[in-house]
Design a protein around this ligand. Structure first.
Ligand code: PEP
Ligand code: MG
Length: 583
């Protein structure tokens, strides 16, 4: 039998081999008809009962969640339970039944479409996945109304062990239900790196490929599948050679993971004795559990703006202080670098849509973002500055300012920091007067003037995510120009090099906290350019550490500078590959 190969996006790393289990859920066929006025109340009651049954089902899933389950998984289920109580789902369909005489399924469908339209307009990829939440909850109610049982929950009797689940989409409740069934891998037709299933699969350590269009049509029940979560590929009915190849890779990967696990307590020191600092990027306090698993030496980037998203009112000084304080305590003396608010662009506060959605044509990534927004709106900035200063009395805290483009911004920020310090002094509140204040280098102007910035700041941290976007003039969210989004473009590398040199010349630390810092294929290049402080997603840390331990930095320093004279990312990439293959 010929093999079939399909492509998607690798969203959870790992290789799995197993039998395909096609989760064919009956398409929900919603009939639309009018209800005579005399039966409206009965129809409303039918809807209420379906809603109550949906809650009961989800409550049961919630109760069956083992205590070892990561908190993010539990919170997805809680979100769905909350949605079932929300007016938008619990009351709006009742109104449609009463006012328009729709049947319950039709009313629910109309309300679903209205809610989804709001989410579709959102540019933020994460918020767009909220649309999935609406669908998952609505489908659960529809199935009850239509008397169509969900075929997952009744299937948890061990028969899915070792199988590759193929579905159009999976809800968090599906994933939780299946988590202890020994599933080999997940493959979905929809979803991407930010979808919930993906996040769940990653935290459960199960390989997953998303976005495999028509997978349910092309694959057959029970056939052997190889899922490559690194490459995002799927191989059905592999021939003997193909199977042997993947079995070997699977064994290698397992060995590799065991080896990496052993590195946890070992320091990140190169072969020639250079000590490298490996820290973690943290978005929410809950992320800290993973950070401990890999023994990160501190938090090199705490993205505080996540505390401001999805809520009507920003957190006040007290609330921020409490949260920062919890993080500091949790670190037991390891340093915490708190970045001041980086709101704006794709991260808008509250439930506000991006400016272009409001109908104003702007270029949000180049607009009122991060420090620019904070200097404009000191009612937002000052409470945060006070909260950060207050928490600096509780442990080693650094304050980091994002998106700097001119030194005036540093000076203005310093004025406000001093103002906050004076206020605290007068109020007799404790803080560390010599708290280090650093800046992110993520705008080319700042990299070009890194020597000037280095004189005014206590440390620098290179934010490659934005530095690449602004240097290449390629929106980091726009897939159409992602071919230009090249961290190894010599222009980007020269700016990185200038920043590292400027920091060292001024005698201040230089770190990197953009995604490039966690990409193991760039570790040697960056070591060669003189970088000694890396901050990254915690899961990346063991791999980067193992590369550091196998590198001779003095040798790399002699070679790496050559990239600064190269003319294209392709040339650099070829060179980096050679650098990485040296033993
Ligand atoms: C960066 O730009 O590299 C960075 C770390 O900041 P963010 O990704 O939050 O913009
Ligand atoms: Mg940035």
């Amino acid at each position: 039998m010929a093999s079939l190969s399909l492509n998607g996006v690798g969203v959870s790393r790992g290789i799995a081999i197993g039998k395909a289990y096609l989760l064919q859920r009956d398409q929900l066929k919603v009939r639309e008809y009018l209800i005579p006025p005399s039966l409206i109340e009965m129809e409303q009651e039918r809807f209420r009962q379906a809603l109550a049954a949906a809650k009961e089902q989800l409550d049961e899933v919630r109760q069956r969640i083992p205590s070892s389950t990561p908190v993010d998984i539990v919170s997805f289920i809680d979100t769905h339970l909350l949605m079932l109580n929300d007016k938008a789902l619990a009351e709006a369909p009742l109104k449609l039944i009463r006012e328009r005489g729709c049947n319950a399924e039709w009313a629910l469908k109309l309300q679903r479409d209205a809610l989804v339209a709001v989410f579709e307009d959102m540019e933020d990829a994460y918020l767009r996945t909220r649309r999935d939440d609406v669908d998952h909850v609505v489908n659960r109610i529809q199935r009850i109304l239509l008397n169509q049982a969900d075929n997952i929950e009744g299937m948890m009797d061990g028969r899915l062990k070792g199988q590759v689940i193929i579905a159009d989409d999976l809800s968090p409740a599906d994933t939780v239900t299946m988590q202890n069934e020994g599933i080999a891998a997940f493959v979905t037709e929809f979803g991407g790196p930010n979808s919930h299933t993906t996040i769940l699969a990653r935290s459960l350590g199960i390989p997953a490929v998303a976005g495999v269009g028509n997978a349910l049509r092309y694959l057959r029940q029970g056939e052997t599948l190889v899922v490559d979560g690194f490459q995002g590929t799927l191989l059905a009915e592999p021939d003997e050679r193909g199977l042997a190849h993947y079995q070997l890779r699977q064994r290698q990967e397992k060995r590799h993971q065991t080896e990496l696990g052993k590195l946890k307590e070992l320091p990140a020191i190169s072969r020639d004795g250079l000590v490298v600092s490996l820290q973690a990027n943290v978005e929410l306090p809950e992320d800290m559990a993973v950070m401990d698993k890999v023994a990160a030496k501190g938090v090199g980037l705490y993205r505080t703006e996540y505390l401001f998203l999805n809520r009507e009112q920003p957190p006040d000084e007290e609330e921020q202080f409490e949260i920062y304080n919890k993080v500091v305590k949790r670190l037991h003396g390891r340093p915490l670098t708190i970045r001041t608010l980086d709101l704006g662009a794709d991260k808008t506060p509250g439930h506000e849509a991006r400016p272009e959605v409001r109908g104003v044509v702007t270029n949000p990534a180049l607009g009122l973002r991060a420090i620019r927004l904070c200097l404009r709106d000191t009612t937002l900035f000052l409470p945060q500055l006070r909260a950060i200063l207050r928490v600096s009395a509780a442990g080693p805290v650094n304050m980091m300012i994002p998106m700097l483009a001119s030194v005036q911004e540093v000076q203005q920020a310093m004025v406000l920091i001093n103002q906050a310090k004076q206020e605290l002094l007068q109020e007799g509140i404790d803080f560390d007067d010599s708290i280090p204040i650093g800046g992110m280098i993520e705008v080319p102007a700042a990299a070009l003037l890194a020597d000037v910035f280095a004189k005014q700041l206590d440390f620098l941290s290179i934010g490659t995510n934005d530095l690449v976007q602004y240097t290449m003039a390629a929106d980091r969210l726009d897939n159409a120009v992602n071919y230009l989004y090249q961290p190894t473009h010599p222009a980007v590398l020269r700016l990185i090099d200038m920043t590292i040199k400027a920091g060292h010349k001024a005698g201040i630390p230089v770190a990197m906290c953009g995604e490039m810092a966690g990409e193991a294929r760039y570790t040697r290049l960056l070591l060669g350019l003189g970088l000694t402080e890396f901050s990254m997603q915690p899961a990346m840390l063991p791999e980067v550490k193992s590369i550091i331990q196998e590198s001779d930095v003095e040798q790399l320093a002699k070679q790496a500078r050559r990239v600064l004279r190269m003319s294209s990312a392709a040339e650099v990439d070829a060179f980096v590959e050679k650098l990485n293959s040296q033993s």
